[in-house]
Structures are given as structure tokens and as C-alpha cells.
Design a protein around this ligand. Structure first.
Ligand code: NDP
Length: 510
């Protein structure tokens, strides 16, 4: 079953991708693939456009984002329809997690970038005769490579941040979701961005690899650990900065004092939203023995109430890529072979035509199983009963991933304490995923979940080059430390060392 079929290039022509709706298998048309020459040409266009774009004030750049926002609001229904047919996700999810979040990002960065990227003037703690300025300058041309699970938001959001920081952009969306990439291009075109400021190159991994080898100044990559490693290696060779937003295996810890109704609903939403294809999906649950039975009862009640489909009202849509089915089936088979029990789901949905896997709950799982160690990126919810919170914490940290995590308890203090102890870039208390996370909250992973942060001030500053400029305040013929070096100067320096750092004066000055 292929949702994206590659049509080989005939002589003198570019290759094409034939697309189909993953939920209905209906054809969606064809998209032309870029060549490596197209990638270089796009980077050149971006390079040419950058000085003028970078010379605009942050507020002037913000006006373009505001115009894009207005178009997005007006054309939201068209955009949702493309997203639904390209990904098989429910319209409610497309609007909530792709369109609303994108509107929020456009508005937030249009308004707030000015503050985040403003020059900072700092007095030096000791050298009162100098003034330090911190200046955020554009990097130049940013190559952005994105995945297929939130194909619109994850392409638009980093592009908006990179643009606001004064860079021009070349975007390479996933070959599985090129139409969503086109929507981002359409949106920026409608906003009247000057020629060459935003550029789209369609294609597969080879086109992505060509972008990492092109004359860009940064790569912002979102995708799997395996590809992220290739991208990082390629960038390291050229000492090119890169940010890597990679996969996760997010743990959920359910404490004995948790609100079990909320925790169970949160577990089900966290595991099955976007058919589990979220980097911050709840991928493994640790529930303390004391409350395991009622928690599981509620989880099963909520799971079996879910409706899966492609039309009308439903909660869980299709998978986006046929290849994902093999991973999910492998994780379930491996778990069952090692003693896990399937409490709900556990198979492809026989009533649906497209690529559907039923929302699945597994129990009697352990860390020998792939389902507890490797990212599934599908609708699986493995639940492991643990003795206490300490055991839950130890197991939560027993992972090569560290993207997001959640803790469920009625004690806010205990929730914060546990969240702090989890090795993850982000964490949530009494909520799941980071659904509100494209604005203030910097987002990214630790361990193999990635490098760098997107979103918030840290995200905008990550698309900038931080320049420190030191300015002398009073002038004069020379500085004390300049030549010549005399015995008198040496004696003075030694005395200064003892006076300033050997006593209270240094503390007073700083
Ligand atoms: P992939 O790593 O397969 O692909 C990501 C992007 O990289 C795609 O555009 C892909 O192109 C491109 N690519 C493939 N090979 C190369 C290469 N050699 N050089 C440069 N680019 C290349 O990830 P998926 O698209 O399968 O996305 C799923 C993964 O993304 C999951 O692990 C998920 O957790 C992670 N993710 C992380 C997020 C985060 O913010 N931390 C957010 C969302 C997802 P093509 O698809 O055309 O082959």
C-alpha cells in the first residue's frame, strides 16, 4: 500500500510524486520533485534577497506575518480540507493543532520578536569604563527540513521565526505531505513577501540532504533521530549550526493521589491524538500499584468509546504513512511475544479502507519490550504498574530519549519535584503533550531527542547570530593594559589582584 508513489523522471523532465489520501486511498494529484540544481538555485535566490530583508526593522517584517495571519483566518476551511485529505486526521485536530496554533505563532512572533531581538545594553560588573551591547543579527539563509505529522504547523512555525529574525528561508517539507508545504508557500506569497525571501523545494530525503550540503547558514531540522544524526554529521563537517527537533518516548507518571478520571482521559488523548503520530505523544505509562486497577478501568472505558474513521464525527483518523503500520505491528507483536496482553485494539481496523490501526492498550509490559524503549509513533498505549513513584521515575529516565514527560498528582509541589527529576527538555504536570507550546515556551529535547530549542525568545535568538560589541566610554590616549609593560605596571596589577579579589571590594563592585 503506497500513499506516495514516486514516478520516475523521463529524460529532460523532473520526477513526480503521485499522492493519495491515506484515509480513503483516493488520489490527490501529483507534485514535481526538485533536483539538487533546484535546491542550489533556491538557496541562491534566498541569498540574494537576504540583505534587503534583513535590513527591514523587526516590526516591518512583522507586518508580513500579520498579513499572512489574515489570509490564514480567511482561508482556514480550504487549508483544513487539504490537511485532512493529505493526513487523514480529523478536521477538529487539523484546525486545533495546525491552524489555530499557526495563527497563534504568526501573531505572537509578529508582535513579540521586536522585544526578543532588541539590542541589549549591559554595564560590565568590573570595567565601568566600558559598555557592552548584545546585538542579534540574522544568520543569512536558513534551510528548514520538516516531517509529515504536523506538516503545516511544523513548516510554518520555524519559517516564521527564522523570517522574523531577518533570515531568508528555503523549506523542504516531507515527501509524504508536500501539499501542506505548498500551503505555507501560498500563505507567504499572499502576504506579499518579496521575491526570494521564502522558497519551497519539494522532494524526498535526497532533496533534504542536498539542502544540508547547499550554501545555507543554518539547518533547522525536525524529524527522526536517525535522519537527525545524518543532518548533524553533515553540518558538523562544515561547522554549520543546526537545531535538531527529534523523536521522543514520552513517559507519563500516575501518582497514587492523582485525579484518576483526568489522568485516564489525559492518557487516552495523549496517546491517540493525531493517531499517536506526535513527537510528544504519551508513549508509556507508569501507574503506581495502589491506583492501577481503577486507572486502567477508566483508560479502557475511554479507549473503547473512541470512534475511528474518515467521515462524519470521529476522534482517531488514519495513519499518515503506510510504512508506519509495520513499526506499530512490530512493537505489538514483540510485546505480546514477551508476555504483554492486548486490552483494546491490537490490529489494523478491518472496517476502514485506508491505513488505520486501532487505538491499542497493552498491559504487563516491561523494559525488555520495544514498545517501552523505541518510539512507536502510532496509537499504542502501554501501561506498566510500578511499586511507587521512585520506581516510576527510575523507569521514566531509563530511555535514550528525553523530549517531553507528564506527571499526574493532586500535589502541585510533588508534581513540580517529579517533573524536575525527569531527564527531558519539557515536562507537564496534570496535562499531556505541550499543546500550547509554539509561543512562550522554548521547546526541544535532551539526550537523543535533539539539540537546541525552537519557540519563544530562545527560538528567535537561535535563528540569530549573537554579536557582543564592547564600547569604550571615555576615550583617552591609551589604556592602562596596553604597551609598554613595565615593572611598575606589574606591581600595580598584583596589588589590584589582592585588593579586588582578596577582599570585599570585588564583591562590592560586582
Ligand atoms: P524523518 O527523519 O524520516 O524525515 C524528516 C525530514 O527529513 C523529511 O522532510 C525527510 O524527507 C527529510 N530527510 C530524510 N532523509 C534526509 C537526509 N538524509 N538529509 C536531510 N533530510 C532528510 O522523520 P519523519 O518525517 O518520519 O517524522 C517523524 C519523526 O519526527 C518522529 O521521530 C517524530 O518524533 C519526529 N518529530 C519531532 C518533533 C519535535 O519537535 N521534536 C516534531 C514532530 C516530529 P522525506 O520525508 O521526504 O523523506
Amino acid at each position: 500500500m503506497a500513499i506516495v508513489e514516486r514516478l520516475e523522471a523521463s529524460p529532460g523532465q523532473r520526477g513526480r510524486l503521485a499522492l493519495a489520501n491515506p484515509a480513503t486511498l483516493a488520489p490527490l494529484g501529483e507534485v514535481e520533485l526538485a533536483t539538487s540544481h533546484d535546491v542550489s538555485a533556491a538557496v541562491e535566490r534566498a541569498r540574494k534577497a537576504q540583505p534587503e530583508w534583513g535590513a527591514l526593522s523587526v516590526s516591518e517584517r512583522g507586518h508580513y506575518l500579520e498579513r499572512a495571519l489574515r489570509t490564514l483566518v480567511q482561508r482556514a476551511d480550504d487549508f483544513v480540507s487539504t490537511l485532512v485529505s493529505e493526513t487523514g486526521k480529523p478536521a477538529t485536530e487539523a484546525i486545533a493543532t495546525e491552524i489555530l496554533t499557526s495563527c497563534d505563532a504568526l501573531q505572537f512572533y509578529a508582535k513579540r520578536a521586536k522585544h526578543a531581538l532588541a539590542d541589549r545594553k549591559l554595564p560590565l560588573h568590573l570595567m565601568k569604563t566600558k559598555r557592552l551591547y548584545l546585538v542579534y543579527r540574522p544568520l543569512g539563509v536558513v534551510g528548514i527540513i520538516t516531517p509529515w505529522n504536523f506538516p503545516f504547523l511544523l513548516a510554518l512555525n520555524p519559517s516564521a521565526q527564522a523570517l522574523m529574525a531577518g533570515n531568508t528561508v528555503v523549506l523542504k517539507p516531507s515527501e509524504a505531505t508536500p501539499l501542506s508545504g505548498q500551503l505555507v508557500e501560498e500563505l507567504f506569497q499572499s502576504a506579499g513577501l518579496p521575491e526570494g525571501v521564502f522558497n519551497l523545494v519539494q522532494g524526498d530525503g535526497e532533496v533534504g540532504a542536498a539542502l544540508t550540503k547547499a550554501a545555507v547558514d543554518k539547518i533547522a531540522f525536525t524529524g527522526s533521530v536517525e535522519t537527525g544524526r545524518c543532518v548533524a554529521e553533515q553540518c558538523a563537517r562544515r561547522l554549520l549550526p543546526c537545531s535538531l527537533e527529534l523523536g521522543g518516548k514520552d513517559p507519563m507518571i500516575v501518582c497514587a493521589d492523582a485525579d484518576l478520571e483526568r489522568a485516564a482521559r489525559g492518557a487516552v488523548y495523549g496517546a491517540f491524538a493525531n493517531a499517536g503520530q506526535v513527537c510528544t505523544s504519551t508513549e508509556r505509562v507508569y501507574v503506581v500499584d495502589e491506583v492501577a486497577e481503577p486507572f486502567l478501568e477508566k483508560v479502557l472505558r475511554e479507549t473503547t468509546a473512541l470512534r475511528q474513521g474518515a467521515e462524519g464525527e470521529f476522534e482517531v483518523g488514519s495513519l499518515i504513512r503506510a510504512e508506519q503500520l509495520a513499526v506499530i505491528e512490530d512493537h505489538v507483536q514483540d510485546a505480546v511475544a514477551r508476555g504483554a496482553r492486548v486490552m483494546a485494539g491490537g490490529r489494523r481496523n478491518p472496517d476502514c479502507e485506508g491505513i488505520f490501526y486501532e487505538p491499542t492498550v497493552l498491559v504487563d509490559v516491561n523494559h525488555e519490550m520495544k514498545v517501552m524503549r523505541e518510539e512507536t509513533f502510532g496509537p499504542l498505549l502501554p501501561v506498566m504498574v510500578v511499586r511507587d513513584e521512585d520506581e516510576a521515575l527510575r523507569l521514566a529516565n531509563d530511555s535514550r530519549y528525553g523530549l517531553n514527560a507528564s506527571v499526574w498528582t493532586r500535589s502541585r509541589h510533588r508534581g513540580l519535584e517529579l517533573a524536575r527529576s525527569i531527564d527531558s527538555g519539557c515536562a507537564v504536570v496534570n496535562d499531556c503533550m505541550i499543546t500550547y507550546g509554539v509561543t512562550e515556551s522554548p521547546f526541544g529535547g535532551v539526550k537523543e531527542s535533539g539539540l537546541g530549542r525552537v519557540n519563544g525568545e530562545a527560538g528567535l535568538q537561535g535563528f540569530s547570530q549573537l554579536q557582543s560589541i564592547l564600547v569604550d566610554r571615555f576615550g583617552g590616549r591609551s589604556e592602562f593594559l596596553w604597551y609598554p609593560y613595565t615593572a611598575r605596571k606589574l606591581r600595580f596589577l598584583k596589588r589590584a589582584l589582592r585588593t579586588v579579589w582578596g577582599g570585599a571590594l570585588g564583591r562590592l563592585l560586582s
